[in-house]
Ligand binder design. Sequence first.
Ligand SMILES: CC(C)(COP(=O)(O)OP(=O)(O)OC[C@H]1O[C@@H](n2cnc3c(N)ncnc32)[C@H](O)[C@@H]1OP(=O)(O)O)[C@@H](O)C(=O)NCCC(=O)NCCS
Length: 150
Amino acid sequence: MQTMSNLFQDIIAPLYGDQKSALEKIASAQDRLSYMLLNQESDALGVVIFKSQLSQEFESLGINNAIELKTLFVVNANKNSGVGLGSQLFSQCLNYAQLVNAQNIVVTVSEEKDESLKFFERKGFQRVNALEGKYKSGITEFILVKSLTA
Ligand SMILES: CC(C)(COP(=O)(O)OP(=O)(O)OC[C@H]1O[C@@H](n2cnc3c(N)ncnc32)[C@H](O)[C@@H]1OP(=O)(O)O)[C@@H](O)C(=O)NCCC(=O)NCCS
């Protein structure tokens, strides 16, 4: 069975570098909820991680009371995309956000992840800001927000 650590090593580290700090935060589960979607054989199909507290960190962009989606990916996405796994993972975050009366869901996505940008836009997110080199020099990260109050 794949562990969260293996998945982060294979999928996230090539994009964002060393994931030790993120994995420590996931393991201590202090400020975020982490879910792994499994099939009947207990193989990992995808991961979703979001902060559990409402955030005011994006207030300067007019985004208040937001749940911050930190990570969402389908395992072996080139093979397993398009059958609703991403939607199942996203539902976990959306249901939680509605439960805690969040006004927004916010996510940061690399310009390199066009499929993720398209996925979130299909889910009703809009780009509200672009950050040059936030995680990786020369790469733009887009901040996207979905309003839950409209
Ligand atoms: C982006 C990703 C989450 C989409 O997951 P998925 O399982 O294919 O999504 P779903 O099958 O649930 O599709 C949901 C909707 O998004 C749309 N969509 C998904 N991928 C799309 C793409 N590449 N282009 C356009 N639309 C797309 C689907 O058409 C569907 O629309 P609908 O609800 O109107 O039918 C998945 O491809 C993935 O994880 N990719 C890798 C991302 C990655 O490496 N991230 C690492 C950093 S976190």
